[in-house]
Design a protein around this ligand. Structure first.
Ligand SMILES: Nc1ncnc2c1ncn2[C@@H]1O[C@H](COP(=O)(O)OP(=O)(O)OP(=O)(O)O)[C@@H](O)[C@H]1O
Length: 533
């Protein structure tokens, strides 16, 4: 049902018009059956008038059917289009930690599998509406013919439908489990693409990965899918049998209990036979609706909607001020892990001023990157607060606060395009930086696009640095930037680039292990297992 609500929310007026047109189409179809039934028993003079009525009904049924399908098809794809954009916006507005907890494989599965499942399902909704209208109208006609026979027929129909729906519900549960397995499968697919080198270089690892992870999950997904499809097949078979059972009961059974007019009986057989197709289609489409509903539920379970509303999102970039200091006051952050092994950073008390060069050092796993995510506003402190020029950073201004920073994290992402950067900067400054970072032989800037990003890791980091320079924010944060650089460029980074940024009045925070250059910093902050030392 939530799928129908989802459609209704997209444009209730179009749904209403399509619903009315579909209902008229269904009523006309039932009226066509009724007029065929009357024509069989009619005398010659009545036939010409009945024929005209028949023609009129054919035209009306066709026209309203087309209107309904046309409107609903447009609407379905509009709804999917909106859903795709909305989902992406929700993800973009979600706090980073929430997305990390959900895992990229689940998010990817939602963006691809779930939206496709919804698109496929929604495409059949128009047919469902029309078939539903036909069934209801035919039932009304049957009731008008003879309510006592109708009660018996309807009783049989309802009983059979309940059986079928029980089967469909079982299949629905299995489909849900198949979808859970697909999340896991996505994780393994990522392991294949991201870990291809490690898998190629070690046959035992590859075989174990395929046998224990990939094959097992794929097999479980196949098992659930196959069983659910088999159950749906059984439900289809039962539904086909249903019509013979009803027709058989009307012809052989009912006359034994009560006297039934032969014309009523033949009309009933005609209508029940006619109903076979739309009813079967409905029963076939319903499982599809289940698939779409499972997909919608998956999207809801990700909690993107609620999480994305937790902080205010800027509609337009605003001017950035950083005049006095950024203060971390008793800031704490704990990773809650299912294994129970929690890591806590803090309480941290720190202050950063404009024009300061600060090095953040510490052993592996001491919390440097976590601190960087807290300072840049990507993580929200669980205790304590951050003050920006004496104003607390809250859900209302966190997005604005984040715009103070240009960063190159150790797991940075390099966009092929220089997005959101003024074209005049691209023509002048970008070219200079390419030369300064010794990349001009390798990379060109065509419009707002790098000619290539197929580069060594060190070169890609230089391009990321170029992007950060073009952003020209008051605070720069580099997470082990120099780790992949050759000695001469590393020297240049510490002795020239960082000092130049400082001279320009930028605050530069650098996570580093290069103790040869610690003397250059105004301050060195050391972390040891989440505490400042
Ligand atoms: N996404 C995460 N989920 C759960 N725990 C995490 C996550 N990221 C880090 N941790 C935990 O936080 C601790 C600190 O990690 P962090 O990445 O901040 O350390 P680091 O000092 O930057 O390490 P390195 O020098 O190796 O980059 C780790 O020991 C780990 O237990």
């Amino acid at each position: 049902m939530n799928l129908i609500w989802f459609l209704l929310r997209s444009s209730w007026l179009n749904v209403a018009i399509a619903g009315v047109a579909g209902s008229i189409s269904g009523v006309c179809s039932a009226a066509l059956i009724a007029s065929i039934n009357t024509a069989i028993r009619a005398s010659d003079p009545e036939l010409s008038q009945l024929f005209l009525r028949f023609l009129g009904l054919v035209v009306a049924a066709l026209a309203t059917n087309l209107i309904s399908q046309f409107l609903l098809s447009g609407l379905s794809y509009e709804a999917v289009y909106k859903l795709r954009l909305q989902l992406s916006n929700w993800i973009l507005a979600c706090p980073l930690r929430h997305l990390e907890e959900q895992g990229s494989n689940r998010i990817l599965a939602t963006l691809t599998e779930d939206t496709n499942a919804i698109a496929d399902t929604i495409a059949v909704v128009p047919f469902l509406c029309i078939d539903f209208a036909i069934v209801v109208s035919c039932l009304v006609y049957l009731c008008w013919l003879s309510w006592s026979v109708f009660l018996v027929t309807a009783g049989l129909l309802v009983g059979a439908m309940i059986c079928i729906q029980l089967l469909v519900a079982t299949a629905y549960g299995l489909l849900e489990r198949a979808r859970e397995e697909q999340d896991r499968l996505f994780k393994h697919f990522r392991a294949i693409t991201d870990g291809i080198k490690e898998l190629k270089l070690n046959v035992q690892r590859r075989q174990a990965f395929v046998a224990e992870n990939l094959q097992r999950t794929a097999a479980a997904s196949r098992r659930y899918d196959t069983t659910s499809m088999r159950i749906l097949g059984v439900s289809l078979g039962v539904s086909q049998l249903l019509f013979f059972v009803i027709a058989g009961f009307l012809v052989f059974g009912l006359p034994r209990f009560t006297s039934v007019d032969v014309t009523v009986l033949s009309a009933y057989i005609l209508v029940v036979t006619y109903l076979t197709d739309p009813l079967q289609r409905i029963l076939q489409i319903l499982p599809g609706l289940s698939r779409g509903s499972v997909a919608l539920q998956k999207i809801e379970k990700l909690g993107l909607v609620i999480a994305s509303r937790s902080e205010e999102i800027l509609a337009q970039p605003t001017t950035l001020n950083f005049r006095k200091q950024i203060c971390l006051v008793d800031v704490c952050y704990t990773y809650q892990q299912e294994s129970g092994e929690n890591f806590t950073l803090g309480p941290i008390n720190l202050m950063f001023h404009p024009g300061e060069l600060v090095f953040i050092i510490g052993g592996n796993g001491s919390g440097k990157s976590t601190l960087a995510k807290l300072i840049t506003g990507l993580y929200v402190p669980q205790a304590g607060e951050i003050l920006w020029d004496e104003q607390p950073v809250t859900d209302k201004n966190r997005e604005q606060y984040r715009q103070l920073f240009s960063t190159v994290f150790s797991d940075f992402y390099l966009f092929e395009q220089l997005l959101g950067i003024a074209p005049d900067l691209l023509d002048t400054k970008a070219q200079n930086y390419l030369e300064q970072f010794q990349l001009n032989q390798k990379v060109k800037i065509d419009g707002d696009r790098f000619s290539t990003i197929e580069l060594s890791q060190g070169q890609r980091k230089r391009l990321a640095l170029l992007t950060a320079y073009l952003e020209d924010r008051p605070i720069y944060l580099f997470d082990e930037w120099a780790a992949d650089q050759d000695p001469s460029f590393r020297e240049k980074f510490y002795n020239q680039l960082l000092l130049e940024l400082k001279r320009q009045g930028k605050t530069v925070l650098t996570i580093t292990h290069d103790d040869r250059y610690f003397h250059l910093a105004d301050r060195v902050i050391k972390l040891d297992y989440g505490k400042l030392v």
